[in-house]
Write a new protein. Structure first.
Lengths: 278, 636
């Protein structure tokens, strides 16, 4: 019991040192800009605050709290007479960036849910139909578990294969040898499966980037920049709603190659905001 | 009420309504210039503005007399906002421009121009334009000859610019096209080092070739023809989709064709396109080629440019974004140029809830930004501005001014400092950022009768409980992934593979051991061991043991090679037994001789030197007997 206050005190010291470290990461120029942006936002001038937050991003400053404040600025402007098309989409992008950098940020999760609901309501009010996004089978299966869980399962079954082989080769009784052979074969099959899942998950993580649509409706294009139509869309409208999250596979001549559900198409780079890598 | 009276009252009512609408629609028609030559183009512009609550003007029309050619109209929307004592009067409408030319002389009466508004036709007053004979008006200065006469009497048929216009169809009659007189001077922008084609060619040039996003790139395309004066036939415009494009050529005053020298040859040169291009994005942007058919101006020299179609070069422009260093907050990519801001605010004292007018004028050179960032603050609501603009071209540089008229509601009593309107831009000439600014000053807001509208409640539902974070918290370390570890997938294999490899290696070692043991127990190994023992015994001077070892080696060799157990046979039988197995007679004799010698050494104690030779002879004999076995094996 006597250790508890000590523990809390040490925790506070560690947390404050982390905070100080985070502040210390900013150069004096960026620190000043951040403070100016926050005070501008508090003064009720979201457009100017957005400019300042975006300039911080241009300086390469990436921090979840800055992303959160930027999201607030965009939401505030979206509710003001100076709303710009795509403001709420940019707010979603900023909050997603915050959560990518700090996955446990509960206020950001709550705010993101509210903004997404607001966008859904706006779409319902306008009666727009958008392309339904069902993830591809591969992405759906790989997304069932986090990558490290796949990797852990692969390791576990690798070990079970090892144990089964040892039992099969070293045991003297026929029963133990049978158990060992079964374990080895089972471990081999599942180990290969889970290693494959790990590889696919790692490939998705390293070779694709998540991005958010920051325009009211992003219209899918083909590689030449013409509007996509016909079979790939399966009869759906070719526009992706604001705030949607999709996977960017690559880029070519000012266009991002994206995977939206089961459709692979192209979008202008200006209509998406990339999220930091996980 | 009788019928005539009813008709009269209805007519009066209609006229009254019509008059009210007419009074609320402002019409204005202007013609420019008011005096033109026959065939010269001029413009007629109608502006129609109506109160937003009345109607929206549409369908502009212009009636003209015979002999007048009309193109258009080109229609743009117009807005006008005026504030008198805090009361806002907003009008909207259109501006229609017609391009007109006349083939008849005299005072023309154009119009009336009209619009439809609320289902009624609204007409303005007609305008008048005086059309005079060609050459009656002062002509623009010419670049070539400094002749005081408008028509050169020595060049009536025309290769001269001016007379060529008047007598265009007769051009080429008075001179020999193949040997024209060398020109004295011509515009420098038509100069070119060498001809790219012996007959005709197009030359495109852009300046600068490396630009910032939003910086003006000037594109000029010149046409050059050698055989005769020419004009533009069918043409395909250059592709410039990555640029915002302004045409720098004056349609009312098209450029003249000039004679120029390229090397030692005289050519006809004409500027056919002149654009100000503003790159819209970064990267290597391409200006596509222009295609043009060359057509002779003279009907007598049609053959000179028969089927002559030429293309200009494709030009690559490297476009980059302005540097990040020194970039001010609020800078928008594309705002490149040199700009100034000025602002007027009136009135300076109002009641809370009323509005002031803020007129901000942005002027300068470059592509004028479409939007201005206004200084927002709580209690100050800026409505969307109405924008008017004038584009001007000064020495091939696009510029002008854009006026943003804002209505600003002030809801909070007190002295409100409206702040400063700022426009950060990049000055490409000086390679640095600047900020144009205009201070708006203070407005005194007296307490109003009505409470200011509460706009904050609207945002609460979304931002409820969300406040800006004023300090930066800790950032959790980035997630680490097992698959990112080097050789992760190798580690998955290492356990099973290690077990299998261990098992295989153990089995292998065991098999190798057994093979070695078998090798140790082989007859050949025993023979060699016996010979080694013989040598060791000889070294110790133990001749008897030496002889015994040699004898044992020979018997082992015979047994392993032939299967004959020589130790159990008499020497006399041994030779025949060996011959039966195919051993050569001399080998069998040598064997018996060595065995006899060994007996002698053992029992008669012969000298050591002969024992030494005995070992060598036994070794050779063993090899011979061994080779017999090998041969026998191969034969079998």
């Amino acid at each position: 019991m006597s250790l508890r206050p000590w523990f809390v005190a040490m925790l506070l010291v560690v947390c404050s040192s982390f905070s100080a470290h985070a502040e210390g990461l900013l150069q004096p120029r960026d620190q000043k800009l951040f403070q100016a942006a926050v005070s501008t936002l508090a003064r009720g001038a979201p457009s100017k605050a957005i400019d300042q937050f975006e300039l911080l991003a241009d300086h390469g400053v990436v921090h979840p709290d800055i992303s959160y404040d930027r999201a607030l600025a965009y939401i505030e402007r979206a509710r003001s007479p100076h709303a710009q098309p795509g403001d709420l989409g940019r707010a979603v992008a900023a909050l997603s960036e915050d959560l990518a950098l700090r996955p446990g940020d509960e206020p950001a999760k709550i705010l993101l849910g509210r903004v997404r609901s607001e966008l859904s309501r706006a779409r319902s009010r306008s009666g727009t139909t958008s392309l339904l996004a069902r993830p591809s089978l591969q992405r759906a299966i790989v997304g069932l578990l986090p990558e490290n869980i796949w990797a852990g399962l692969a390791l576990f079954f690798s070990l079970s294969t090892t144990a089964g082989l040892l039992l099969r080769l070293l045991a003297s009784s026929a029963r133990r040898r049978f158990v060992g052979a079964t374990l080895a074969w089972l471990g081999l099959g599942l180990g290969i499966t889970f290693a494959g899942m790990t590889a696919l998950s790692a490939r998705q993580r390293t070779r694709t980037r998540d991005a958010i649509v920051v325009v009211p409706a992003a219209r899918l294009l083909d590689a030449s920049g013409a509007a996509l139509s016909g079979k790939p869309l399966q009869g759906a409208d070719s526009s992706i709603p604001e705030g949607s999250r999709l996977a960017v596979l690559g880029q070519v001549q000012g266009l991002y190659r994206v995977e939206w559900g089961q459709v692979t198409a192209y979008l202008p780079m200006t209509e998406l905001q990339l999220l930091p890598k996980r | 009420m009788n019928r005539p009276a009813l008709v009269a009252r209805l007519s009066a009512a209609v006229l009254t309504i019509s008059g009210v609408v007419q009074a609320q629609v402002q019409l204005s028609t202007k013609a420019f210039p008011p005096r033109v030559e026959v065939g010269q183009r001029f413009t007629v512009q109608l502006t129609a503005l109506a109160s937003s609550s009345t109607c929206t003007p549409s369908r502009p029309r212009l009636s003209v007399p015979r002999g007048v050619v009309v193109q258009g109209p080109s229609v743009s929307n117009q807005q006008q906002v005026s504030i008198v004592n805090g009361r806002i009067d907003r009008r909207q409408g259109l501006s229609a421009t017609w391009y007109v030319s006349s083939t008849v002389l005299g005072r023309l009466r154009l119009g009336p121009a009209s619009v439809l508004c609320g289902g009624q036709l609204m007409s303005d007053r007609p305008v008048q334009v005086e059309v005079v004979a060609p050459g009656s008006l002062p002509s623009p200065p010419r670049l070539r000859r400094n002749s005081p006469f408008p028509i050169d009497p020595f060049d009536m048929f025309g290769d001269d610019d001016l007379s060529g216009r008047l007598f265009g169809p007769l051009q080429g009659l008075g001179t020999t096209p193949t040997a024209p007189e060398p020109p004295a001077q011509w515009p420098q922008e038509l100069n070119i080092d060498r001809a790219r084609d012996p007959t005709a060619f197009l030359d495109a040039r852009a300046q600068p070739k490396r630009a910032y996003v939003g910086q003006q790139v000037t594109l000029q395309i010149n046409a050059y023809g050698r055989p005769a004066p020419f004009q533009e036939g069918e043409s395909v415009e250059p592709n410039r989709k990555d640029f915002l494009s302004y045409d720098l050529m004056d349609d009312s005053n098209p450029p003249d064709e000039h004679r120029i020298m390229i090397g030692d040859d005289t050519w006809y040169a004409l500027q056919v396109r002149h654009f100000a291009l503003f790159p819209l994005k970064s990267g290597t942007l391409q200006i596509g080629p222009m295609q043009m058919d060359f057509v002779s101006r003279s009907p007598f020299q049609r053959q000179a440019y028969m089927n002559v179609r030429r293309r200009s070069q494709t030009i690559d422009i490297v476009v980059v974004e302005p540097p990040l260093t020194g970039r001010p907050p609020g800078y928008q990519i594309g705002d490149v140029g040199s700009f100034r801001l000025s602002a007027e605010v009136e009135p300076r004292a109002i009641n809370a809830g009323d509005a002031v007018s803020v007129v901000v004028e942005l002027s300068g050179t470059g592509q004028l930004p479409q939007h201005l960032a206004v200084p927002e603050q709580t209690g100050v609501d800026w409505l969307d501005p109405s924008v008017t603009q004038e584009v001007s071209i000064d020495h091939d540089r696009v510029g002008g001014k854009r006026v943003f008229s804002y209505v600003v509601h002030l809801n909070r009593p007190g002295s409100i400092d409206l702040g400063t309107v700022q426009l950060p831009f990049f000055d490409a000439d000086r390679e640095r950022y600047s900020v144009a600014s205009a201070r708006l000053g203070v407005v005194v807001v007296r307490p109003g009768k009505q409470p200011p509208p509460d706009r904050a409640g609207k945002a609460d539902s979304l931002l409820e409980g969300s406040t800006p974070r004023t300090s930066l918290g800790s950032v959790p370390p980035r997630a680490r992934y097992l698959a990112d570890r080097p050789r992760f997938f190798l580690w998955l294999l290492i356990g099973p593979v290690a077990v299998l490899a261990g098992y295989v290696s153990i089995v292998g070692v065991r098999r190798l051991g057994r093979a070695a043991s078998r090798r140790r127990q082989s007859p050949r190994a025993q023979v060699n061991a016996a010979l080694r023992e013989a040598t060791e015994a000889l070294n110790h001077g133990d001749w008897a043991s030496t002889a015994s070892s040699v004898e044992r080696a020979l018997h082992l060799s015979v047994k392993s090679s032939t299967g004959v157990r020589s130790r159990g046979l008499l020497r006399a039988d041994l030779a025949s037994a060996l011959r039966d197995t195919g051993i050569a007679a001399n080998v069998a004799e040598d064997l018996i001789e060595i065995l006899d010698a060994c007996d002698r050494v053992r029992f008669e104690r012969t000298e050591g030197q002969s024992v030494d030779s005995l070992i060598e002879r036994a070794r050779r004999l063993v090899d011979q007997i061994g080779s017999h076995k090998v041969k026998g094996t191969r034969a079998s």
